[in-house]
Design a protein around this ligand. Structure first.
Ligand SMILES: CC(C)(COP(=O)(O)OP(=O)(O)OC[C@H]1O[C@@H](n2cnc3c(N)ncnc32)[C@H](O)[C@@H]1OP(=O)(O)O)[C@@H](O)C(=O)NCCC(=O)NCCS
Length: 394
């Protein structure tokens, strides 16, 4: 089947540019994989612009595997291609060169919960901005949202630094956290009616951590937790007997982590979804470490924390979810599982030099743990939202 079989919807791009819906190849070696390679390239350029490094950039295999998995969200990816390259593609099947792809749009709509949400992210290569490419991409995302009956539109921006309070800073509606008001993303989203609902602090922990500090945190956390808690650490797997309980912890992440004004409701997980997540990490060639605290008298998993990392880049890792069940809070279980996971990371990946993490700026308890462990601020990630008029006028 030709890669242009799926014609993209009509959008009013400026002259010289054509929209193409990214074909979905079976493998990244296929000719049809050009769009996913280009998405990764555009995204990487944006990461270098924002942070000066590419730790956070999606790789082509993340794009492929992400699009392979639509069990829990419907996803679409579009690319903007110079028209001459698009004509060659349509007429002769010649894939565009990566530099002929100047922008992409990603649209994600949750499928098993949050049926009111539609998430969009557009990136235009810096040298192509201000020509009216981003605006029709966002309009397309909004049209797709309306077609699917979604009434709350989400988007996000990333920034390498958080500006101090003042006229150059825009504060989140939570009152915690700011973004540079004049950066392209905030200007663009504000102009299109989006509200800055939440700012997350991006923090980095430089490794190896000072052993004395870790020893002190480990000892204090063990003492507070007492003898009833036992820590399990799993590498690249979640054992069958714990799948249901890990699903509960992932579900509670969606309700217990602060979301500011973002209308994100419970996102239920079950054992099958945990299995899917594990499989997806293998496909992406990611490794992961889970440390979980079991409350031994009841056999309950009371807390967990997750590290995720690409296998082919051992210099960095991501601190993903951390959660302590409500009824087990106040016993330093967050610190207990985090230190256990850092110990495991030091054993399994001694070459890792930094860990990235994101926490809501109003999430004082989680930030306090991370600051105590030595995480330093490295920028912000911002959640934007626009509510459209509900059409339930029956
Ligand atoms: C946000 C982003 C996607 C906008 O892309 P873009 O192609 O520059 O968007 P547009 O050209 O449609 O609009 C941007 C600006 O150009 C202006 N513009 C629109 N059409 C124009 C045209 N035909 N000629 C000149 N300027 C134009 C807009 O008025 C807007 O002005 P502003 O900066 O004062 O707000 C781009 O800046 C980007 O990739 N940023 C990084 C990623 C990001 O933060 N994305 C989050 C948002 S989804």
């Amino acid at each position: 089947m030709s890669s242009v079989a799926r014609t993209a919807p009509e959008v009013p791009l400026p002259p010289g540019y054509t929209l193409v819906e990214a074909p979905h190849p079976a493998s990244l070696d296929d000719a049809d994989a050009w769009a996913y390679h280009a998405v990764a390239d555009v995204g990487r350029e944006h990461e270098l612009e924002v942070h000066g490094y590419d730790d956070l950039a999606l790789r082509p295999r993340d794009v492929l595997s992400g699009m392979d998995h639509q069990e829990y969200a419907a996803k679409r990816r579009f690319v903007v291609v110079r028209s001459a390259a698009a004509r060659a593609l349509i007429a002769d099947g010649v894939p565009p060169a990566v530099h002929d792809v100047v922008a992409y749009l990603f649209v994600l709509q949750p499928a098993t919960s949050n049926a009111h949400l539609s998430d969009a992210f557009a990136v235009v290569r810096p040298q192509e901005r201000g020509r009216g490419i981003g605006t029709p991409l966002l309009a397309l995302a909004e049209r797709l949202a309306a077609d699917a009956g979604r009434t709350v539109l989400l988007s996000n921006t990333s920034h390498g630094t958080e500006p101090p309070p003042g006229p150059d800073a825009l504060a989140a509606t939570t009152g915690a956290g700011r973004v540079p008001a004049d950066a392209p993303g905030p200007r663009f989203l504000r102009a299109h009616g989006y509200v800055l609902e939440q700012v997350e602090r991006h923090s980095v922990l430089d490794l190896p951590a000072a052993p004395a500090g870790l020893d002190a945190h480990r000892a204090a956390a063990r003492e507070y937790a007492g003898p009833d808690y036992r820590v399990h650490t799993w590498t690249d797997e979640v054992p069958e007997e714990w799948l249901d309980q890990v699903a509960v912890l992932f579900t509670r992440m969606s309700t217990d982590a602060p979301t500011g004004g973002v209308e994100f409701g419970e996102d239920p997980w079950d054992a099958r979804r945990v299995r899917t997540w594990v499989g997806e990490q293998a496909e992406k060639r990611n490794g992961f470490l889970v440390s979980a605290a079991e409350h031994v008298p009841t056999g309950t998993l009371a807390a967990f924390t997750v590290f995720l990392y690409p296998r082919d880049r051992d210099d960095f890792a991501f601190q993903e979810d951390t959660l302590v069940l409500r009824e087990h809070r106040g016993r330093r279980l967050g610190m207990l599982v985090k230190v256990a996971n850092l110990d495991a990371l030091a054993r399994e990946r001694p070459a890792t030099r930094r860990v990235h993490t994101w926490n809501a700026q109003e999430n004082d308890h989680m930030l306090a743990i991370n600051v105590a462990l030595g995480f330093r601020p490295a920028g912000v990630w911002a959640a934007w939202q626009r509510r459209t008029t509900s059409e339930d006028g029956d």
